[in-house]
Design a protein around this ligand. Structure first.
Ligand code: F0G
Length: 467
């Protein structure tokens, strides 16, 4: 193919979006004074801002993707029958094809699946080991009477460790727990790929395989949180020698084969605004799930979703496993992260799959953790440029179920989460510049006082005042 006369010295080719823009949504521009007022009215909690007052919304990658014309076309083919919608069968077929699980129960979103799974599998007094917690996942485990035990490798709690798979499970920690409490007290191992609270960090397929072998030897199930498993597959392709030449779809399928089922928030990888599922390989468990789904979500062929939403998700799955798509998706996150690294701004490394995490402990060392440095930093970014980020530190970590004391997580982070296919490179440039500006003026920032604390998942609705 290469013609010596025309071959260029430039070997590297940038990634670029494998799509073009067909519809746009205008954004409102605000003044600094307006933003100062808005954030104070929101109790310095970015969850309580009005979306129309936000310029670049990096609160979450959940439900915020831009759907394709193929997905929108599918929305018109919604079969809104109460029972047996054809869109359910399309969805079921694609989950079986790409994720490889046998039995599927649709749910309105990820936490719906977590609720059903926890109710089926967890008994009071049980332990659920996992590679770091996720907020809703752990809460459902606890509400069902279980105790979550973190068995992720130590590197995951170190924002500066360059370990390529900070989502890995520490096999020794896992074995110790099994030996201590007994396999019969462990209904399943909760494995997430990628690990959101660790900075969007992947678990290697070698590690998952080893965990699977260990779990099998004790007769313990593994349930995957597949919310960002496609992004995890991308890191496996990039970082694990044996997988370099394999397609994302092939890697995803093998990855899931080392687990016995999954909960899924389709609002992330699967490129939809709403939807999720619970997948299981064991027929008896599936039957129980089908019994509970009609109480909490809806009939087992819609589970809280409209037919059109199931069709959009079935099609989103197909698009999500395309190599070009995932390369551009993670490439955009890397673009923003690399820019911040080049400017010396403290972020979690390696750069994760769906977000950049500012390290608030190093960014604002003058603010002690119980004055909520990450919460303050997120509020300040909004005031600076109308950028909405999310606290992922002590506020998100909540309190211990046993003692009622605050958890003090090692990681005190602000997440700049990149929605899929939504923002341009210029938006990323502006975001980086705004972060740099706040970093430059960081010395003048002080902490916050919490003046309202909700009982569950407090980060969503807590309110603060400037100290
Ligand atoms: N698991 C992980 C790893 C998640 O990131 C989320 C949601 C869920 C489960 C729950 O799914 O929202 O559909 O009920 N994460 C969102 C976020 C909210 O912003 O990271 P859900």
């Amino acid at each position: 193919m290469t013609d010596a006369k025309h071959s260029s010295p430039r070997r590297h080719r940038s990634w670029a979006e494998p799509y073009k823009i067909k519809v746009v949504e205008p954004l409102k521009m605000t003044t600094r004074a307006e933003r100062e007022q808005a954030i104070a009215a929101a109790g310095y909690n970015t969850f309580l801002l009005r979306s129309e007052d936000v310029y670049i919304d990096l609160l979450t990658d959940s439900g915020t993707a831009a759907m394709s014309d193929y997905q929108w076309a599918g929305m018109m083919l919604g079969d809104e029958a109460y029972a047996g919608s054809k869109n359910f069968y399309n969805l079921e077929e694609n989950i079986q094809k790409y994720y490889g699980y046998r039995y599927i129960v649709p749910t309105h979103q990820g936490r719906g699946a977590e609720n059903i799974l926890s109710q089926i599998l967890i008994k009071p007094g049980d332990y659920v080991p996992g590679n770091m917690y996720f907020t809703t996942t752990r809460l459902h485990q606890e509400l069902a009477g279980g105790t979550f035990v973190d068995v992720i490798i130590d590197e995951a709690h170190d924002a500066e460790s360059l370990h390529p798979f900070k989502g890995n499970i520490d096999l020794q920690k896992l074995t110790d727990l099994i030996e201590r409490v007994g396999a019969e007290r462990i209904p399943y191992i909760s494995v997430a790929g990628t690990v959101n609270m660790a900075g969007g960090q992947p678990i290697s397929i070698a590690n998952l395989r080893a965990v699977y072998q260990l779990a099998q030897s004790y007769g313990i199930r593994i349930i995957l949180d597949a919310t960002r498993a496609v992004e995890n597959a991308y890191f496996i392709q990039q970082r694990e020698e044996d997988y370099r030449n394999q397609a994302i779809a092939t890697i995803l399928h093998e990855f899931c084969s080392y687990t016995d089922g999954c909960t899924m928030s389709g609002k992330k990888d699967a490129l939809v605004n709403i939807g999720g599922w619970l997948a299981l390989n064991d027929y008896n468990l599936y039957e129980e799930a089908r019994n509970l789904i009609v109480i909490y979500e809806g009939l087992h062929t819609y589970g809280g979703m409209a037919g059109r939403d199931m069709e959009a998700m079935a099609r989103g799955i197909e698009e999500s496993v395309k190599d070009d798509h995932i390369r551009a998706r993670v490439g955009q996150v890397e673009y923003l992260g690399q820019k911040l690294l080049d400017w010396g701004i403290p972020i979690v490394v390696p750069i994760g799959g769906h977000a950049i995490y500012l390290d608030a402990k190093r960014f604002l060392p003058q603010i002690p953790q119980d004055e909520f440095p990450a919460q303050r930093l997120a509020a300040e970014l909004y005031v600076e440029a109308g950028i909405r980020a999310m606290e992922r530190g002590i506020v998100s970590a909540g309190r211990s179920k046993q003692t009622g004391d605050n958890y003090y997580p090692e990681l005190e982070l602000v997440r700049l989460t990149i929605p899929r296919r939504v923002y341009t490179q210029a938006h990323m440039d502006l975001t980086a510049e705004a972060v740099e500006e706040v970093y430059y003026n960081r010395d003048r920032l002080c902490g916050l006082k919490m003046i309202y604390e909700p009982k569950y998942l407090r980060f969503f609705q807590a309110r603060f005042e400037l100290l």
